[in-house]
Design a protein around this ligand. Structure first.
Ligand SMILES: Cc1cc2nc3c(=O)[nH]c(=O)nc-3n(C[C@H](O)[C@H](O)[C@H](O)COP(=O)(O)OP(=O)(O)OC[C@H]3O[C@@H](n4cnc5c(N)ncnc54)[C@H](O)[C@@H]3O)c2cc1C
Length: 333
């Protein structure tokens, strides 16, 4: 069984960049992803979501960012294992030094270090607690949004008050005839700029202190029965598509059994080197926790640079830090 320098667990944006940085600095790299596609939570859930805070891109769709990260990584020819979940990580004494055996649902992998980039782990959408919601799932009611053209000319309701609901309202508005954003409180937990855009968009209406009691229809969605929580009154809202934007319940799954210091659903690391409490195991991206952590792609990219610098000196104690990419001689433009 081939021994790798670094095995990246998780093929989200941060894991992909981790594999790139490791490859760039001459390490033998493998990346293991449990889903059938690389790209992580944003690509899997919202491929058409525009992202505005990745350095160098005024705006980039989640799917285009994923494609660019995969292209960048493939330049270094890592071994890519898809649809394979890492279940356990066991430390063993190798010929020269400590090694790890990663057991997956497909087999076993050998590696000298592990870069854990599992994000939120697996994530399950919070279901809409409305009558008939289960009956219309994937038949007009969506938790994972399909291509935006699917909503062309339709009357769409988006339910929720966080980033998920607000982002989807804005994304769907240019395609839909009208979008109705329904929230059971009057305060939204979303970026101020997005809320301003919602108020300035003509075909978006906002319903606060409102709950969806029932999805009404025979073979397809025809309306929502809404309850005004303040006045305890009911109203029917004709719609033909509903997006459940109530967020996701994260579950770290097998990672919880890896003897790592956890804080909720995150792995505690030292910001100095992104190392976990288990030497040789590093964590980056959404799953890594330290004081002041901000869960953004940009943060994860920075953490990767710190982790790879540390892994480089762990594998080669005579080497320190990380040279600039412009100083890596074997790279061709
Ligand atoms: C609605 C929404 C909007 C957002 N908007 C922005 C934004 O505008 N800008 C921004 O910077 N960030 C945004 N984010 C946050 C961003 O998506 C995350 O910060 C980013 O995805 C973190 O990347 P990651 O690689 O750490 O984890 P993830 O993207 O979660 O990827 C982790 C990967 O690991 C895989 N995995 C999990 N467990 C295992 C296992 N045991 N074995 C193998 N593979 C495993 C998963 O399948 C997944 O593909 C948004 C998030 C949401 C939900």
């Amino acid at each position: 069984m081939e021994l790798y320098d670094v095995t990246v667990v998780g093929g989200g944006p941060v894991g992909l960049f981790g594999a790139t940085m490791a490859g760039l600095h001459g390490m033998r790299v493998k990346i293991i992803e449990s889903l059938p596609e690389l790209g992580g939570q944003l690509y899997a859930l919202y491929p058409e979501k525009p992202i505005y805070d990745v350095a160098g891109f005024p705006s980039i769709l989640a799917k285009d960012l994923s494609t660019a990260l995969v292209t960048q990584m493939m330049r270094f020819k890592p071994t890519v294992c898809m649809e394979e979940s890492v279940l356990s990580v066991q430390a063993v004494q190798g010929e020269d030094s400590l090694e790890f055996l990663l057991t997956t649902d497909h087999g076993t992998h050998r590696t000298r270090t592990v870069l854990i980039a599992v994000g939120l782990g697996s994530f399950v959408p919070r279901k809409l607690p409305a009558l008939n919601a289960a009956r219309f799932e994937s038949n007009g009611l969506y938790y994972l949004v399909p291509a935006l053209t699917h909503f062309t000319g339709r009357e769409v309701a988006v339910v929720g008050g966080g980033d998920t609901a607000v982002d989807w309202t804005l994304a769907v508005a240019p395609y839909a005839r009208a979008v109705h954003l329904i929230h059971r409180r009057d305060q939204f937990r979303a970026q101020e700029d997005s809320l301003r855009q919602i108020q300035e968009t003509d075909n978006i209406s906002i319903y606060t202190f409102t709950e969806v009691a029932e999805i009404v229809g025979q073979d397809r969605i025809e309306a929502l029965r809404l309850i005004d929580i303040d006045n305890e009154t009911e109203a029917m809202l004709p719609v033909d598509a509903v997006i459940g934007g109530l967020g996701f319940v994260p579950d770290l799954g097998p990672v919880k059994t890896w003897d790592l210091n956890l804080k909720g659903s995150s792995i505690v690391v030292s910001l100095a080197n992104m190392e976990t409490n288990r030497p040789g195991l590093y964590a980056v991206g959404d799953v890594a926790s330290y004081d002041g952590k901000v869960k953004l792609i940009a943060t994860g990219f920075g953490e990767v640079a710190i982790a790879i610098a540390r892994i480089r000196s762990y594998l080669h104690p005579d080497l320190k830090g990380l040279p600039h990419s412009t100083n890596v001689k074997r790279l061709k433009t």
